[in-house]
Every structure is written in C-alpha cells, then in structure tokens.
Ligand binder design. Structure first.
Ligand SMILES: C[S@@+](CC[C@H](N)C(=O)[O-])C[C@H]1O[C@@H](n2cnc3c(N)ncnc32)[C@H](O)[C@@H]1O
Length: 195
C-alpha cells in the first residue's frame, strides 16, 4: 500500500510542481500588473482592478444575458467578463481596452479558449467607439470616468439597453435604476435606458 502511494506520488510530483509554478507566476503577474496601474508610473489612467469572481457571476446574471445579445465591457481589463459570458451563453461579446498589455492578455485568453468567433477585443479608447449596436453594457469605471462616459451612454444607447456598473453608481434622467446587488462594500448597480 505504502509502495503504491509512493509510486503514485512519484508520478504526480512533477505535474503538481508545474501546476503550482504556473499558478504562482499567474497570480504574481496579476498582482504586479495591479500594483503598476495603481502607481504614479501609470500616469493617472484608470487603474486595473479586476471585478471579484463572485460579483462577476452575479453581475452576469443581473444583466440576464441571452443568446443573441450584443454585450460590451467598457475597459475589459484581462477579459475575464468576456470569457465568463461567452462560456455561459451564445451572446456576442466585445471588450474595449486601452492598455495594450491587458488587451494582449484578453486576446490570448479568448484565443486559448477558442472563443474568437463570439468574442472581439478592441484596443481603443471606449470614448471613441460607437456604442449604439450594444444592448447590454458591463463596466467598472471610477466616478471621474463616469462623468464623461454617462453623457456618451445617454447619447448613443438605445431605449431598453441595460447597463451594469460595478461599485460606482451614476445618476441620469435617461437611465432608471432597476436593481442593486453585490455586498455592502462591493455593490452592483443595474440600469435601463428609459427615454
Ligand atoms: C477597474 S478595471 C475593470 C476591468 C474589468 N472590466 C473587470 O471588471 O474585471 C478598468 C479597466 O478600464 C480600462 N480603461 C480605462 N480607461 C479606458 C478607456 N478610456 N478606454 C478603454 N479602456 C479603459 C483600464 O485599463 C482597466 O483595465
């Protein structure tokens, strides 16, 4: 019995070591990236703070994304929302990301999971991208960004479009708050374009 256990452990030793090494590199790289975008080196751009996994799942179900929807993540970071969504539904997802490194990571993730047919990642400033084609919007943006972004949403999104904002609420006569979710410190706000 002991011999058998030893043999199994011998076989599994390198795969386990390799998995641990990959996980360590992945999480260290993610932490370094977050620290970099929070540092003055990043020159005041919106930092990369990924939405928590649990909130991401909740945001996804609050948006009620279905096959046929056209969904956009404004500032998609490492593409986690796009990948999560495309695995769950047949909707079409677009991620817009300004930071080239995050853009590359998103693209790689989409490619590695063979989701390129349904997920598009664009490297641009979302302020320059027309948004009228989307009927579901996911975003995690600071209030300073929402100040300039909300007038664009008011101008371009069609009536009935749903917008989910992570952590930061916004006020607009053209959007009705339908629902809030998340936790006390990590809230989710779901809006619908009403007029
Ligand atoms: C708080 S992170 C959210 C990332 C991702 N959406 C998530 O929830 O995990 C905001 C992202 O928006 C990107 N960003 C900031 N301003 C942008 C802009 N004007 N156009 C496109 N992306 C932008 C940042 O590089 C960053 O990755």
């Amino acid at each position: 019995m002991v011999e058998m256990l030893r043999a199994v452990l011998t076989v599994l030793y390198w795969p386990i070591q390799l998995t641990l090494a990959v996980a360590l590199i992945y999480f260290s790289a993610k932490c370094l990236l977050i620290m970099y975008t929070l540092s003055p080196l990043y020159r005041g751009r919106l930092p990369y703070v990924p939405t928590r996994k649990k909130s991401l799942q909740e945001a996804f179900s609050m948006l009620e994304i279905e096959d046929g929807d056209r969904v956009v993540d404004l500032g998609c970071g490492d593409g986690q929302f796009l990948v999560h969504g495309a695995r769950k539904t047949g909707a079409k997802f677009t991620g817009i990301e300004l930071n080239w490194l995050l853009f590359m990571i998103s693209r790689l993730k989409v490619f590695a999971r063979a989701l390129s047919g349904r997920v598009t990642v664009q490297r641009s400033d979302y302020m320059r991208v027309p948004l009228s084609q989307f009927n579901k919007v996911f975003m995690f943006n600071m209030p300073s960004c929402l100040k300039v972004l909300v007038p664009k949403l008011e101008k371009e999104l069609q009536v009935g479009t749903r917008v989910l904002s992570v952590v930061f609420p916004f006020s607009s006569k053209k959007f009705k708050l339908l629902e809030t979710g998340g936790t006390k410190t990590y809230r989710l706000f779901l809006y619908e374009r009403v007029n």
